[in-house]
Design a binder for this molecule. Structure first.
Ligand code: GAL
Length: 763
């Protein structure tokens, strides 16, 4: 998919009206309900009552964080409170008689929903979707008030809480809300499971979940279509006798012939459309996206569509600066793109919980494999807590079972101790719901009980232990053992990348290792008892703004030069940034070229070949250049040329002047939807005159904004390590947003972002 279309797809992914889109009468109507919310901050007694005076509430859109925070050095208690959201709405009269549900994609951490004064209950869990039926209490002819109290305290009764956790959860209605209006009998969920994908007899076993069918007093028919866009590839129908409607119906799509497989380079998606009809025509329609692929962990490593693939991944926390998890589709999708295109990963672990559906959709679209796991961190609570965790297994799988990108279900609380009964239950449930994927359960102890299919192990040691278990995947390494900031000295910066490279090298040494997932992709906010003094874990190969550190160069350099020719110095170019003087020392250059030439002040200093001896098992071993004992006068520019065959494929220059030369403003996108939800990152960067990093650039960047947009982030922004970012969020209007950044020394820069007109919400 073209890059722009990929991100555009993001903005429309929330509310789908499949029947309308196909030009047929819509039986099911799904209205996005992300605008026109009223937010009252801390909840007070009576705030859920329909006639509570909410005129002083703030008008907000969803995703929403209960408080916008600095990017570091804040107290988690700042977001730990119970907040109140209210939404007034009117229902389309022509739909009267149908059932009405409100669907929450995720709220942190316990949510009590009240409709027109009737309290419907509390949902406990911050990472999984939930719904409430509103039907008996809605008003079809007048105003309705939905009141939502969100408890964002760390409740010990709900996973992941009860012990310590090394990350923050933040608060609020941080994922989308929608209103679903369906007939009496409707389709609840569809699992379209490709089976025997590699054989000519491949088929799709479709399991249709129905709601209300048990009460049907007339025969019903299910029609299941396999589609490639407008093209119908296969059709199957099935009668359901009156009154015999079980909750689940199985329909098989057989004889489907040739299909394109889903793989990393060609992540081909198809659609399965299920229609439920009665004597008067179509009652409901439900469509899911699927991909045909076979993904298996074997004793000899991982195989995708029968081919061996060494897994090279990073862990991702879902939190962003300022707003925690409350970023819209476009920003969620961007993270997948960063992991695949900037960090060249083929796998991501959603540590330590189910993440945004937009992120997972993007993984499907671009071909990035996913290991998804249930919420939790080291602590296992008492039985009621375990029941919630078990419920989370089911919720995660039922939400995400159609994603071809997901290859493994994590059914153990990350790094928890053995608990035979509990993990017997989680494994049994995962296998019963989805026998097409293996289970994993992330552990820290080689001697722990193995109830899962894949031994998923956090081994932070080096060298790694030889796995005594078949089907082995290292799920975390480096992390806290080598926390590294962009502003650290050069020895540390170089060593940070090398530690990741050494582990991947060892993982490459034997097929018994399926591969590894480093800790981690991005720095993240954490509690005061973890991380650095500003409560950030600087464990990322990229920073909290998703801007690569030098260690990211290792990951980036592992791609085929046909995709991108890479040269990334694994160090900063300076003479005295290590113990001793005369240059950075013997340092790595991450590159996928065949040889490099390094010039100092215009003079050739070294011709280099990759160190294939020490790093024999990396696809692209690092180059090492000896930059010690350098002449200090003249001290000059560093130029690196990369050659493939005889051809000069890339050249990069880093200034020796030691001067901050340019201010850059880099928006990820130049168009947004004018829904008050859409947002894009705006990177602030100071560079040398060649565009190279200025690791110690600081100073305030003052931002001003005009037009239908707002700044999410600190303003003025105090640069650290020469970089930083804010997000530009659209307002509910169309026009042109113009952002100007001013730096006391480097002057000013402006960018514009077009904001498109979008339709109002239907309810
Ligand atoms: C692991 C843990 C991660 C993170 C990491 C830091 O033990 O699973 O969540 O805390 O350490 O390196």
């Amino acid at each position: 998919m073209h890059r722009r279309d990929f991100l555009k797809a993001a903005a429309v992914a929330v509310a789908v009206l499949p029947a309308e889109a196909a030009g047929e009468p819509a039986q099911r109507r799904v209205f996005s309900m992300n605008r026109n919310w009223l937010f009252g901050g801390k909840a007070v007694a009576g705030a859920a009552s329909p006639d509570f005076n909410d005129r002083h509430f703030q008008r907000v859109t969803i995703p929403h964080t209960n408080v916008v925070l600095p990017w570091h050095s804040f107290d988690d208690k700042d977001y730990q409170f119970v907040s109140i959201y209210r939404r007034h709405f009117r229902l389309p009269r022509e739909l009267q008689g149908r059932r009405v549900f409100v669907d929450f994609a995720g709220a942190m951490t316990a949510t009590t929903v009240t409709i027109n004064g009737k309290r419907l209950g509390e949902y406990r869990g911050g990472y999984t979707p939930f719904s409430f039926e509103l039907t008996p209490s809605v008003n079809w002819s007048g105003n309705n008030v939905l009141a939502v109290e969100v408890d964002s305290t760390e409740r010990a009764d709900i996973p992941p809480f009860g012990g310590n956790i090394d990350y923050l959860t933040f608060g609020g209605l941080y994922r989308e809300v929608s209103l679903r209006i369906v007939p009496e009998i409707f389709i609840d969920n569809v699992f379209a499971k490709p089976v025997d994908v590699m054989s000519p007899d491949r088929k799709v076993d479709v399991q249709v979940g129905l709601n209300g069918a048990a009460g049907a007093n007339a025969p019903l028919t299910l029609t299941v279509e396999l589609r490639d866009g407008d093209r119908l590839l296969k059709l199957a129908t099935q009668e359901i006798g009156a009154g015999g409607g079980a909750d689940f119906q199985d329909v098989a799509l057989t004889g489907i012939g040739n299909v394109d497989l889903w793989d990393l380079d060609h992540p081909r998606m198809y659609q399965v459309v299920v229609k439920l009809s009665g004597s008067k025509g179509t009652l409901d329609e439900y469509s899911v996206r699927i991909g045909f692929r076979e993904a298996t962990f074997t004793p000899e490593g991982f195989r995708l569509n029968g081919k061996h693939l060494k897994l090279r991944g990073l862990n991702r926390h879902q939190t962003f600066p300022y707003v925690g998890g409350a970023m819209p589709a476009r920003v969620q999708r961007r993270d997948a793109l960063i992991l695949k295109k900037e960090l060249k990963c083929n796998l991501v672990r959603t540590s330590h919980y189910p993440q945004s559906p937009h992120f997972l959709d993007a993984c499907d679209d671009i071909g990035l494999l996913v290991f998804e796991e249930i919420p939790g961190w080291q602590h296992i609570g008492e039985n009621p807590w375990q029941d919630i965790a078990l419920r989370n297994v089911g919720e995660m799988i039922r939400r995400d079972w159609n994603h071809p990108s997901i290859i493994l279900w994590g059914v153990r609380i990350n790094e928890s101790r053995d608990n035979h009964d509990f993990y017997t239950r989680t494994n049994e449930l995962a296998r019963r719901l989805d026998d097409s994927r293996q289970t994993g359960g992330v552990r820290y102890n080689y001697a722990s009980e193995m109830l899962e299919d894949v031994f998923t192990m956090n081994d932070f040691g080096f060298p790694l232990q030889q796995p005594n278990q078949l089907r082995y995947l290292n799920t975390e390494f480096v992390g806290h053992t080598y926390s590294t900031k962009r502003t650290d000295n050069v020895e540390r910066i170089a060593e940070h990348g090398l530690r990741h490279a050494r582990v991947h090298n060892q993982l490459g040494s034997s097929d018994r290792y399926a591969g590894g997932i480093g800790w981690c992709a991005f720095d993240y906010n954490t509690h005061g008892n973890f991380g650095s003094g500003d409560r950030i874990c600087y464990h990322g190969v990229s920073d909290i703004f998703r801007i690569p550190k030098p260690a990211a160069g290792f990951y980036r350099s592992q791609c085929d030069p046909g995709e991108e020719v890479v040269i990334e110095p694994g160090f900063n170019w300076a003479s005295g940034d290590r113990s001793g003087a005369g240059g950075p020392g013997r340092v790595p250059i991450w590159s996928n070229c065949e040889r490099l030439k390094v010039y100092l002040d215009g003079k050739l200093r070294s011709e280099l070949r990759p160190d294939a001896k020490t790093f024999a098992h990396l696809v692209h071993p690092p180059f090492f250049v000896d930059l010690s004992g350098l002449p200090l006068n003249p001290w000059g520019d560093l130029k690196i040329e990369g050659y493939i065959g005889e051809k000069l494929a890339i050249a990069k220059t880093y200034s020796g002047r030691g001067v901050d030369a340019q201010l850059h403003l880099e928006p990820d996108d130049t168009e947004l939807d004018g829904d008050g939800i859409d947002a894009t990152r705006l990177i602030l960067r100071v560079t040398d005159e060649y565009g190279g990093p200025r690791q110690f650039a600081s100073g305030a960047v003052a931002l001003s904004i005009e037009g239908p947009g707002e700044i999410v982030g600190e303003n003025p922004f105090g640069l650290v390590g020469g970089v930083g970012a804010v997000w530009i969020k659209s307002k509910e209007a169309a026009g042109t947003v113009s952002v100007t950044a001013r730096h006391a020394v480097l002057g000013s820069k402006s960018v514009t972002i077009r904001v498109r007109q979008v339709a109002a919400e239907g309810v």
